[in-house]
Structures are given as C-alpha cells and as structure tokens.
Design a protein around this ligand. Structure first.
Ligand code: ZN
Ligand code: ZN
Length: 366
C-alpha cells in the first residue's frame, strides 16, 4: 500500500481548502493513510510531518505497521484522553486545526477544544466532512488486488457450498457453511453479516439467516463477502433449491438480470453516478416487474463495506476510473420472495472489470 502517496493526496486536498493540518480520528482513515490498524489513536497530518499518537499498548504494532515517514508518539493512557494535549502542542503554530466532524463525537471535540484553549494557543478547530472518504473513492492497485482476492474467495466458497442442493438445511446452516469455506480460503472475517433469505424471507432485502428450512422450489437470496487485507468483497446470487425454477421465477430472474447488466454497462468513466441507478431501475420498471427495489442500486466498497459513492437518485459526481462499485438491483414481492443479483466491479477506461465471477442463473452452471 502506498501510504506516502495517500498522505500527499490528503495534503493537496487540504490545500484546496486553505487548511494546513488535520487530526484524523476515524480508524479506517487512519489505516488507509498509515497502515496502522490499532483501535486507539489519532493521526496528525501537517505540511511536513505525519504523527501517529497512540497509547502504550500499541507501541510494537505501530512500529511494525507504519512506515519511517510517520512519527509515532506514545501518549500515555489507554482511554485516549492523553492525546489531546499532544495534539494541541503539535498544532500550535497554525491558525486552525481541521477535524473529522463526521466521526468525532461532541464529547471528543469539546475535550480537544478545551485542550487547545488550555495550551494557551489561538488555534481554532475547523469541522470537515468526508475529506478522506472522498479520496478513498478511487482505489490503487494494491486495493484492487485485495478486492479481487476477496471476491475470488467468495466465488469459490459459494461453488463449494452448492446451496441449490441443500433442501432440508436451514438458512443458518448455509450461512455458516459459507463462512467456514471463506475462512478455509484465507478470509480474515466476513465482510458483513451473511444474508441467506429463502422463500418469503427473501422479500426482505436485509433479512438475517433464520432457522427456516430450505425446500425444493424456494428462491434463496445469498448476499455475502470475504475480507483480504481489510478489504471486503460483496456479492449476491439468487438460486432455486432443487434446480427446477418455475416459468414465473425464470421470468422474474430474467428481468432482474437484464437490469443488473444494464447497470454494469452504464458504469463508464464520466457517466453521472446517478445514471447507474436510474438506468437500472428504469430497465426493471419497463419490464413490468412487481416489487421493484427501493434501495440504492449499489455502493462503493473498500476498507468499509458501504462507502462512497452510494448509487442512488441523489448521487452527485461522476464515475471515475478505479472506483470499486456494486451493482445490485432486486425485486421483492411480499409473501412470495425476492431476487437480487449483485456484482462487484472496478471501473476503468476500457470499461468495467467484474470481480465477481460466479455464474449467474437460478441454477448456476457448475
Ligand atoms: Zn451485498
Ligand atoms: Zn452491496
């Protein structure tokens, strides 16, 4: 991971807002900028220095994880209280200190403001939102490699579990089998809580795996992912238990699949992000399908499983090269079930690369 480059991107971004320094408190942003994965600490980014302030429990870990360009400062107690005085000292020679307003609690901000005031400096805090999250929207090669590896693990695990052959087993059993296979293939953890939603449960887009027993003819929505180097994959397949879909199920599946493909095709560099959502919904509406989804069509994926950009009618901005996005339309008919199909793609000037390789179809070809 090229942390030095990421720090430079952040400094350039701060320059645009005439800001000299920022204290980063969101652990995912700390990881992205420095490689440090500890649960306690903040990072100060200034024009010439990067300082990780953490407590004594993390001395060894910080030494192993951060590069030589990052100063590590041990600030005493494990409750995080100790760092504010150090931040105030480091910040003293600039007029303002940017903070992550979308992460810092009011209590933490008040404590920082008090420490700045106690130190006798005239530094004021400036509340910023999403500065690092915006930088994280486009991925570098190391990030894409991790996403590709996580996607491959998920693909292989679904192939190994063969849920269409599991009549008589529960949703929870399928979820645990998927998790076990992902663990065996090197996944650090599930990238989010696995969804296995069969029959009527499939009508709830975020159903949790239950003790419901799979029966022949059930549609089953399976939404899950693996994690490699902190990067989570995200895919959904819908299958029919027993492998014999009804004509209605096949028609329904075909409608969602056509919409999903339209969404992937729309993901060209320069296209407004909003159009990825609009094209996909329009396609499904035109097919006359019942229960067209109300959720966003997709989202960015990275260190956080649902990160910027979110694909919805309110999306601003355009598709840029090297964004990792999901395209996941669905149709949910209450009392009957649901169908959702989700791929993880990476955008590029030659068109999107689909990282999810598992075949599509109610009866996946093996
Ligand atoms: Zn998903
Ligand atoms: Zn998703």
């Amino acid at each position: 991971m090229n942390h030095q480059r990421r720090i430079e991107l952040l400094r350039n971004r701060l320059d645009e807002d005439a800001l000299e320094q920022i204290v980063i408190s969101n652990p995912l942003n700390i990881r992205w900028l420095t490689g440090f994965t500890g649960s306690s600490g903040v990072v100060m980014v200034r024009p010439d220095t990067v300082t990780l302030l953490t407590d004594s429990r993390y001395i060894t870990q910080a030494g192993e994880q951060v590069g030589s360009s990052v100063d590590v400062l041990v600030t005493g107690s494990a409750d995080g209280e100790g760092s504010n005085d150090h931040v105030a000292k480091l910040a003293a020679d600039a007029p303002a200190l940017a903070v992550e307003a979308d992460h810092l609690t009011v209590v933490a901000l008040n404590a920082l403001v008090a420490a700045l005031s106690d130190s006798g400096s005239a530094v004021s805090t400036v509340e910023t939102e999403g500065i690092v999250a915006d930088l994280r929207r486009t991925k570098d090669d190391a990030e894409i490699d991790a996403l590709r590896a996580a996607s491959r693990i998920a693909d292989e695990s679904l192939t190994a579990v063969r849920p269409w052959s599991l009549a008589g087993q529960t949703e929870r059993f399928v979820a645990r089998q998927l998790q076990w296979h992902m663990d065996q293939r090197g996944s650090e953890r599930v990238s989010f809580e696995t969804i296995v939603a069969s029959g009527p449960n499939g009508a709830k887009p975020h159903a949790r795996p239950s003790s419901r027993v799979l029966e022949d003819g059930d549609l089953v929505v399976i939404d899950f992912g693996a994690t490699v180097n902190g990067y989570g994959s995200d895919m959904t397949r819908t299958i029919v238990v027993g492998g014999k879909p009804t004509p209605e199920q096949s028609l329904w599946y075909g409608n969602v699949l056509a919409a999903q493909r339209a969404g992937v095709e729309a993901a060209t560099v320069g296209a407004p992000l909003r159009t990825l959502h609009d094209v996909t919904v329009d396609h499904l509406m035109r097919s006359g399908q019942d229960g067209v989804y109300q959720h966003g069509t997709g989202h960015g994926v990275g260190l956080f499983i649902h990160e910027n950009p979110i694909l919805s009618p309110r999306s601003k901005g355009s598709v840029e090269s090297s964004m990792a996005l999901t395209i996941e339309p669905g149709a949910y008919v209450p009392g009957v079930g649901g169908i959702r199909i989700e791929d993880l793609i990476v955008t590029g000037h030659g068109g999107p690369e689909t990282l999810t390789r598992f075949p599509k179809g109610l009866v996946p070809e093996e």
